[in-house]
Design a protein around this ligand. Structure first.
Ligand code: GTP
Ligand code: MG
Length: 291
């Protein structure tokens, strides 16, 4: 099952809620997610395998092209597409663009209207009617991912429509993403939240090494790449204060996630125009559709 929608509608928030653990980066900025990430939701009635994807949008940059291709590539791999819209913003041109991208796909679609905590109830019915007039959805489920409202119903709807099969994953497994990826995303999310303007978008993170240090401590070396020397200066901050804050916030979350004490070494480097540089994109793990 794939979570699809324009940026910022709440796809990653829903993934984390259904998995009952934070595995996907979330922020109030659009285009937070850049890779797909699989989450596994264990229920009495079965396992739901969910895929969070980057928000589909228009852009001329290579990175953004790769992000969108990553999302589109999931259509053929899944049994269900969850098309998510933001209840407060309603259905706009950007949503129409996303819907158009799935027109060719024969995968059944469910409409998820998220952020219903922000609108009056009557508006839900109105939106349901308006969006269902544009496309055939097998179900419409209004939810608030943030407030965990409507999620029980959504789980039941998903179980009903997903084909029955063996349980693929062990009960304690919530993602198949490698540790390096989860760590990279935690650091990138902190940069997304602690920097402003164009900086979050100019940042890529690479986990260079993971090794066991003294007393079972996990030692992590990671590099934050930016596109310009001026951005590097900002990410480091005066006297290194911002980098320190990014490091502390990241380390605390990595420790919670891995259940291990962590020593995090963060470096900042400039890689000019990496967002349009195929080699750099590959190095950073943004590979979909690149040759
Ligand atoms: N009020 C409200 N806010 C929500 C809800 N779900 C998500 N949000 C907020 O919406 C913002 C975007 O959430 P994300 O989960 O990062 O959105 P996304 O669709 O994954 O965004 P991209 O990765 O950029 O495509 C965050 O600030 C969330 O807290 C909701 O049900 N209600
Ligand atoms: Mg996301």
């Amino acid at each position: 099952m794939s979570l699809i929608g324009k940026p910022n509608v709440g796809k990653s928030t829903l993934l984390n809620r259904l998995v009952r653990e934070k595995i996907a980066a979330m922020s109030w900025r659009p285009q937070t997610t850049r890779n797909k990430i699989t989450g596994i939701c264990h229920l009495e009635g079965g396992q739901i395998i969910l895929m969070d994807t980057p928000g589909i949008h228009k852009s001329t940059r290579k990175l953004n092209e790769v992000m969108v291709k990553t999302s589109l590539s999931t259509y053929g791999d899944v049994d269900l597409i969850l098309f998510m819209i933001d209840a407060r913003q309603g259905f706009g041109d950007e949503d129409a663009f996303v819907l158009e991208s799935m027109q060719q796909s024969r995968t059944p679609k469910i409409l998820v209207i998220n952020k219903i905590d922000l609108i009056p109830k009557a508006r839900i019915l109105e939106l349901t009617g308006a969006v269902n007039a544009k496309e055939t959805f097998i179900e419409t489920v209004p939810i608030s991912a943030l407030k965990s409202d409507g999620l029980k119903l959504l789980e039941q709807v998903l179980l009903k429509h997903l084909p029955k099969g063996p349980r693929y994953f062990p009960e304690d497994m919530i993602t198949d993403a490698p540790e390096e990826f989860l760590i990279m995303e935690i650091i990138r999310e902190k940069v997304f939240k602690l920097t402003a303007m164009e900086i979050p978008y100019a940042v890529a993170v690479l986990v260079e090494s993971l090794r066991e240090g003294k007393r079972g401590m996990l030692v992590i070396d990671a590099t934050i790449f930016v596109e310009k020397a001026s951005q590097k200066k900002i990410v480091i901050g005066s006297g290194g204060t911002l980098l320190k804050k990014i490091g502390t916030h990241s380390r605390e979350e990595i420790e919670r996630r891995l259940g291990n004490k962590v020593f995090l070494n963060l470096f900042v480097k400039v890689k000019e125009r990496w967002r349009d540089d195929v080699r750099a994109l590959k190095e950073f793990g943004y590979t979909h559709g690149l040759h």
